[in-house]
Structure formats: C-alpha cells, structure tokens
Design a protein around this ligand. Structure first.
Ligand code: F6P
Length: 367
C-alpha cells in the first residue's frame, strides 16, 4: 500500500527523442498524483524550461486529460534531445555548466520531487540535477530503440514496431507485383529490437541488426534460395546502425559528437542489385516511427510506469527507474540502469524465432 509522505509537488518533464505514449505517461503521473492530493508541474522542453526566467513550467490539471492526450503522439511538454547542462556546448564552441541555473529553476518551482520520462542518458543528467537541488528523482523509460537496461518494453517501442510492420505490409504487395527486393531501413541506433520484431511480424526474408555480423555471401545465398523456391520478391529489414560488409559505418558525426544514422538501406539495395541483378528499392522509415498514435500496449505500459513512478516517490523510494518486466511493473536502482545498453542478445527469443522461420539474420556461430 502507498503511504503518502510529505511530498506535495512533483515536477515532470520529457527528455530525449519523442515517441508514442509520452502524453499517456504524463497523464498517468498527473491523475495518480492528484488522487494522492499532490500537484504536478509540467516543465517545458526538458531541462531547457528550467533555464528560462520565468521558468517555463505550468501546473498540469487532471481536467486537461480529457481523453485526447492519451491518444496523441509527441509530448505535450516538448522535449530536448541534445546536450548535457553540466557541460553545455554554446554556439561559439565554449562549454558552459548550466546546472546551477537549473537548480535555481527547480527551487523556484518549489518541487518536492522530479519524474523524468527519458532514456538512460537523460536519467543520469536528471538524477544529478535533482541531487543538486535536493529533490528525489524517479525515471520512466521511453525510447523507440528499447535499449534501456532492465525493462522489457520502453514507452514508444511497440508503436514503432507497429509502424515498421505496417510498412512491410504495404511493401509486400508492391514487391510482389514488380518482382523486387524491398529494403526497409528502420531506426534503433545500436539496438536491433525494432528491426528483428518487425522482421518476424512482417514476414521478412532478411533482417540485419548491429549486434549480429553478416556477409554478402550469406545474404545473397538467402535471396537466391528465395528465388529458387519460386518466389520472385523478397523483403529485407535493416537497422540503421548496421555497417557495410567491410565494417564501415554509414553515418554522419555531428559537430557535437552525436552520430546521425541513415543510408545503410541505400547502400544495401545497391549491393543487392550489383551482386544478383535483381531490381531493389529502399524505404527509410525515419521519424515516422516516432510520430504515430500510441497503440494499446504502449498506452498500458506508459500508464503503468507513470503510476508506479508516483508510487515510488510516495513510498520515499527515489533514485530508481520504473520498469516493465514480465508483464508487470517493477523498479531498479538508477546505478543499475544508467550506462548500460539493452541490446539484442544471441539467446533472445526473437533471434531464435527468426532463425526458426528461416530468416537470414547474419552469420551466427553454430550452437
Ligand atoms: O533514439 C531514438 C531515435 O529515434 C533513434 O532511433 C534515432 O537514431 C535517433 O533517435 C534520431 O534522432 P534525431 O531525432 O535527433 O534525429
């Protein structure tokens, strides 16, 4: 049972790339906090709202969540996906510590606790900031990449998979009509979760993910086998951080050091055409995977994690991340989550399933 403590005002913000289900999570925080008699202050544009004066934040009222926001993509609060306020890079190249101004912002809002809906990088920064401000912090994991350690599903992941599967559903008829190989490039950064889930659910023949090495020999052998079976089209899913067969990254490094992926799909289609002479086309899904209306399971996960985050604060259990695991909620200490990346492991059920379906997923060692 939840025993309310002296906490009276919770701040909530979204941080990092947006995804489907963020508004559902904010809604859950507001509704549950309200039921406990607490206020929720929504901070705008991630930590950036704390830099401005007056601080860009407002009281979130349960009445605002009239049903529309539960369904709406994006984040009603705005977000920021660049920079570390403890070492913010200015336009002139200098690096500035903005944390003191943000601490003042938290104090100005009179917050008793902070809930951050973000990825593990955001958790590290927000926890540090909350400590500086002397308020407890709880993290709620969101990312289409699903790479947050300790949670089976981060908010937004399942909707991103749904979008990718819908894309395959639309690519299949046109692939069949034109006897083509259709390459679908999906997001995910260093984790192939979106790709392998989409490949299994969308009936792909080939799925390349960053975690598993592949060879053009293996890949073309699969395409030849498909052709030999009497089928004249094929579907290929490739995750954005997959490298060329010689290990070259297909990405741009931005001035701030961030890697921007995109392009491996085009590289792959060219190679397929060159190697086996079959007409190939590419679809790069990109941010379409983030902007969709959240599907039911994402609304469930977002709601459960939002409620649990409030419960953690109520129970005085700060410094934790709410997680969705084995169809239930739980929580882990921040230190266990931060700095780790949840990748597709060789013994993952999706790897086993893909192999069982005959999908070429790379050259795995035997056994
Ligand atoms: O981390 C989520 C994600 O959508 C990745 O899959 C992708 O590589 C990246 O963000 C794109 O970032 P941005 O929105 O900055 O282009």
């Amino acid at each position: 049972m939840t025993v309310p403590t002296a906490t009276r005002r919770i701040g909530v913000l979204t941080s990092g790339g947006d995804c489907a289900g963020l508004n559902a999570a904010i809604r859950a925080v507001v509704l549950h906090a309200d039921a406990l008699g607490w206020e929720v202050i929504g901070i705008e544009d991630g930590t950036l709202g704390l830099l401005d004066r007056p601080v860009r934040a407002r009281r979130l009222m349960p009445a605002e969540f009239d049903g529309i926001l539960l369904r709406r993509a994006g984040t009603m609060l705005g977000t920021v996906s660049t920079g570390d306020p403890f070492a913010a890079r200015m336009p002139d190249g200098t690096v500035v510590d903005q944390s003191e101004r943000m601490r003042e912002g938290i104090a100005e809002l009179g917050l008793d606790a902070l809930i951050g809906i973000g990825g593990d990088g955001s958790f590290r920064i927000l926890d540090r900031l909350a400590r500086l401000a002397g308020v407890p912090f709880v993290g709620v994991p969101k990312t289409i990449d699903n790479d947050v350690y300790g949670t089976d599903a981060a908010i937004g992941f399942n909707t991103a998979v749904e979008v990718a599967v819908e894309a395959l559903d639309r690519l299949q008829p046109t692939a069949q009509s034109h006897d083509r190989v259709m390459v679908l490039e999906v997001m995910g950064r260093d984790a192939g979760h979106i790709a392998i889930h989409a490949a299994v659910a969308g009936g792909a023949d080939i799925c390349l993910i960053p975690e598993i090495p592949y060879s053009m020999e293996g890949l073309t052998a699969k395409l030849r086998a498909v052709s030999a079976s009497g089928r004249s089209f094929a579907l290929v899913v490739v995750s954005e951080a997959v490298r060329t067969d010689t290990g070259e990254p297909v990405a741009h490094v931005k001035p701030d050091g961030r890697i921007r992926y995109g392009g491996i799909g085009h590289w792959l289609a060219e190679r397929i055409e060159a190697e086996i002479g079959v007409d190939s086309r590419v679809t790069v899904l990109g941010h379409v995977q983030r902007g969709a209306e959240p599907i039911a399971v994402d609304r469930v996960v977002a709601s459960a994690l939002g409620v649990h985050a409030v419960d953690l604060i109520a129970a005085g259990r700060a410094g934790r991340v709410a997680v969705w695991s084995r169809r239930g909620v739980g929580d882990l200490p921040l230190e266990e989550v931060v700095g780790r990346t949840r990748l597709v492991e060789p013994d993952d059920i999706l790897v086993r399933t893909a192999l069982g379906l005959g999908i070429y997923i790379g050259d795995l060692p035997p056994g």
